[in-house]
Ligand binder design. Sequence first.
Ligand code: HH2
Length: 262
Amino acid sequence: MMGILNVTPDSFSDGGAWFDTERAVAHGRAMIADGADIVDVGGESTRPGAVPVPVGEELRRVVPVVEALAPEVRVSIDTTKPEVAEAAVAAGATLVNDVSALLWPVAARCGVGWVAMHCKGTPLDMQRAPSYADVVGEVREFLVDRASLARSAGVEEVWIDPGIGFGKTVRHNLELLASLADLAGTGFPVLVGTSRKGFLGAVAPSSDGQPAPVGERLPGSIATAVWAMVRGATMVRVHDVAETVQAATLVGPAAGLSPRRP
Ligand code: HH2
């Protein structure tokens, strides 16, 4: 289980909640207590339309939080900037979570793991009519290509992630979730992040018929996280660690999941 720690003022679901360093560290510790195996620290929102954060500001947000948590839990750094990835590794992070899928040379140089996530476009433009001839095939081909490059460059631990909500329509997200076994079949461990994302609210609207707002997406977040695990994801990236751990603990034995992976 990867717990999400957004040290940002503007993340789509919890912007501002953990922007202060002390509050962020306390929330990281709470997620450890709830069962997070990895805490994923990010200092820049990737929500649709998000404007990039200057490198100095991103460093200021994440480095003290990584430093504080790294002695207590495995920390990943959610960034697309080489300078931030390197500084976070120096502060104790051992995994680079990269939504641009371009930072494998940094992971190779630093001797840490790397997550290649698929994104069509950039957060600024990714939701402007994304289209694919074959979303599952194209995402798989892209990820295997990047993951193989990383392996050849010497990165030993390489994860792949379909990038739910990143340049995808609701239908694309559902097709990718339905075909996770396909990604798992590549042999690379799969990470999936559906937590609180917009497609959950679109598929299962509120009682007034409107898309369910962020605060009403916990059931869908848990259901899709458990689904992902059952269909082959080795790790899920979630905001609500305790709730997802409880669901996985219940479903796990019936589905033949091992309690903690990796
Ligand atoms: N989703 C988000 C951010 N980083 N990394 C991976 N590997 N997979 C994901 O699905 C993923 C990710 C978006 O969620 P969140 O961090 O909660 O929001 P924001 O980008 O607005 O901070």
